[in-house]
Design a protein around this ligand. Structure first.
Ligand code: GLA
Length: 396
């Protein structure tokens, strides 16, 4: 395998972008599988264990008919609970009641819709829902997934006893790479052992926190956390992401019903600014126009998918209001003016905060209003509603 050093591009205009990421040795073909953050849909956030071949087929159809596929959503991933046992020779068995046609036929259906097919397993003896895990069966499972036509594996961390994260994920990564089919590898150890340090070159994305909840700022006794809490845990992780190796702040809750439209707009805007994988997690068969408008905003998605592959970060913190910025290709910047408070407030981004020289005039476009706002010198101010964002693209 040809070894290489991958170094993300460094903006040098002001030194503000100097913290570029350096991935360890790896195979360029491996990184190329996820040059931009993977996009798709995953069953867990809305359906938990209630998965079936009917749901997956209807979701495949909905990805196409709603315009989600056109907007870039590609991987259709079945999370936990598709598997029930292992047969006498150790082959993992899909639930015959819920998936009567089998996984190969389902993968074929998903592929026939121009989509890619993903599946879920766990590095321990059992998955988080007590289904068969892959420990001791890594090679067999990887070969089985390749034979079914799997394109994406999410690999969880329940029931792992004293296993070492790096070793366990390396074992499955090697098994997948030897299985003869390109498979995106999604590491899900919840950030406990700082995967952003060791996982580039082993997986294409890695969870940075425990499970997201469909709420602005709640928390669960077992560790589940609201959107805002997860966002705050991403602040220092921007140096570790780049093409082929992404921080994953967990899947989207947009459209699952417990946040307001403004809160979902903020959630989606931030995931795009963070160059996060965009795995929708709502019921696409009954999506409202407002939710579809959020999930398919191509200009906001273009921020997530920008080829430079830099993760955004906070550049100003005023307590209730904040400014975040993501460097884009061709010296553009995406900027979020954020109001986490409870009253409408003006928020200002100065060009200095985003690495533009004093006196520079820049074009500002509002990515949610889909409107050019004109040329601005030195700063831009907008009034931002509570729990909402104004998201702009600044073109010097
Ligand atoms: C863990 C993961 C979730 C989901 C469930 C399934 O909690 O972090 O994203 O996959 O397991 O059981």
């Amino acid at each position: 395998m040809k070894k290489w050093m991958h170094m993300s591009l460094v903006f040098s205009m002001t030194g503000i972008f100097a913290a570029a990421s350096i991935a360890p040795a790896g195979d360029p073909a491996f990184y190329d599988l996820a040059k931009t953050p993977p996009m798709g849909w995953n069953s867990w956030n809305k359906f938990a264990c209630n998965v079936s071949e009917t749901l997956i087929k209807e979701t495949a159809d909905a990805l196409v008919s709603t315009g989600m596929k056109d907007a870039g959503y590609e991987y259709l991933v079945i999370d936990d609970c598709w598997q029930v046992s292992r047969d006498a020779d150790g082959t993992v068995v899909a639930d015959p009641k819920r998936f009567p046609s089998g996984m190969k036929a389902l993968a074929d259906y998903v592929h026939s819709q121009g989509l890619k097919f993903g599946i879920y397993s766990d590095a321990g003896t059992k998955t988080c829902q007590g289904r068969p895990g892959s420990k001791g069966f890594e090679i067999k499972d990887a070969q089985q997934y390749a034979a079914w036509g799997v394109d994406y594996l999410k690999y969880d961390w329940c029931n792992t006893g004293g296993q070492n994260t790096r070793e366990a994920y390396t074992k499955m990564s090697k098994a997948l790479q030897a299985a003869g089919r390109p498979i995106v590898f999604s590491i899900c150890e919840w950030g406990g052992t700082q995967p952003w340090i060791w996982a580039p070159g082993i997986g294409h994305l890695w969870r940075t926190t425990t499970d997201i909840q469909d709420c602005w700022d709640c928390s669960q006794p077992w560790g589940g956390m609201g959107m805002l809490h997860i966002l705050d845990l991403q602040t220092d992780l921007h140096p570790y992401a780049g093409p082929g190796h992404w921080n994953d702040p967990d899947m989207l809750e947009v459209g699952n019903g417990k946040m307001t439209t403004a809160e979902y707009r903020s959630h989606f805007s931030f995931w795009c600014l963070l160059a996060a994988p965009l795995m929708a997690g709502n019921d696409l068969r009954s999506m409202t126009p407002e939710i579809k408008e959020i999930l398919t905003n191509k200009e906001v998605i273009a921020v997530d998918q920008d080829p430079l592959g830099m993760q955004g970060r906070k550049v100003w913190d005023g307590g209730a209001t904040e400014v975040w910025m993501k460097p884009l290709s061709r010296t553009d910047r995406a900027v979020i003016l954020f109001n986490r408070g409870s009253v409408t407030a003006p928020v200002t981004v100065s060009w200095e905060q985003i690495g533009l020289a004093p006196g520079v005039e820049a074009q500002v476009r509002d990515l949610w209003a889909k409107k050019d706002l004109g040329m601005f010198k030195d700063r831009f101010t907008a009034r931002v509603n509570p729990h909402d964002v104004v998201m702009i693209r600044v073109q010097p």
